[in-house]
Design a binder for this molecule. Structure first.
Ligand SMILES: C[S@@+](CC[C@H](N)C(=O)[O-])C[C@H]1O[C@@H](n2cnc3c(N)ncnc32)[C@H](O)[C@@H]1O
Length: 282
């Protein structure tokens, strides 16, 4: 594994045994792991701005249908994959760089009875051992910020999609100002943060034969959300990293990351956009 991948892996590794951490947090919340429902883990398993609400919005934007075979690229611990399976009836394959995330994703999916509909594979989304044209929908939420070679990602996306298939992106892009205030949820410093502007991403995708069918700028919504999150974290009596929430994955710098996100968004250092693309039929 090259240095950058190792650094990304280190950044997202909150614990060697993530399931044990989740089990302890469940008990603190008064629940045994074996009784957890999708509702109980909703604040934990969707590792992106505005959680499950944002996933549902993108599903709407992408026209998700039950017969779709979905590939969730950079799936984290599998929350979005489970939402698409449970609420839309899709079959989903999730891929993540971290074996530990895939292990947690598999266990959580079995716990909520979705093991037949969602499966997980450890791998790098810019070079996947998956067949050509095997999916109807590629799903990416808050991942491209860690990918230095977006050209390769765009080529892989084209290869993996069946003709007429869709690509749904919910990503953070560069704004007018730089540098960012670090740490942020995807990087402790600039060494693993690779932001492009939205027009740069558009150009890459158009070049591969994708055309944009929907777009929603969620920058203002995201800024307001982070302001609320940062305030809520501060006023909580328990340490934020011990609750059954996404802070388990972000570690003890979670409050600082939330404050920096609010600031980066307010100062136009970053923008947040959902977009849906279709690949041409030939
Ligand atoms: C902020 S999390 C988002 C997780 C998930 N998409 C969600 O919204 O819940 C980013 C994820 O991307 C994964 N990731 C980053 N670079 C990757 C790569 N090259 N290949 C596969 N996964 C990657 C990380 O391991 C991490 O789980």
């Amino acid at each position: 594994m090259d240095t950058y991948r190792k650094a990304v892996e280190n950044h997202y590794t909150a614990a060697d045994d993530l399931l044990a951490v989740i089990e302890r947090a469940s008990r603190r919340a008064g629940r045994e792991f074996q009784t957890l429902t999708r509702e109980d883990i909703a604040a934990l398993d969707e590792f992106h701005i505005r959680g499950r609400a944002a996933t549902r919005e993108m599903a709407q934007l992408a026209g998700v249908k039950s017969e779709m075979r979905v590939l969730d690229l950079g799936c984290g611990i599998g929350g979005p994959a489970r939402t698409l399976a449970a609420e839309y009836g899709c079959t989903v394959v999730g891929v993540d760089l971290l074996a530990e995330y895939c292990r947690a994703a598999t266990a959580l999916s079995a716990q909520v009875g979705l093991q037949e509909q969602v499966t997980f594979l450890q791998g790098d989304i810019t070079a996947l051992p998956l067949p050509d044209r095997g999916f109807d929908l590629l799903w990416i939420q808050h991942v491209t910020m860690n990918i230095p070679n977006k050209q390769r990602l765009a080529t892989e996306a084209k290869r993996l999609l069946c003709p007429g298939g869709r690509l749904a992106l919910f990503e953070v892009y560069a704004g007018e100002l730089s540098p960012l205030h670090f740490p942020v949820p995807w990087a402790g410093d600039a060494s693993i943060s690779f932001l492009t502007s939205y027009p740069e991403m558009q150009a890459l995708l158009v070049d591969q034969g994708f055309y944009e069918i929907a777009r929603q700028d969620q920058t203002a919504l995201s800024r307001d959300w982070f302001l609320r999150v940062a305030t809520a974290i501060q006023s909580r009596p328990t340490p934020p990293q011990s609750a059954l929430s996404v802070n388990l994955l972000m570690g003890e710098t979670a409050p600082e990351k939330a404050r920096n996100m609010a600031r980066n968004l307010a100062e136009d250092r970053i923008r947040v956009i959902q977009s849906v693309w279709e690949i041409e039929l030939s």
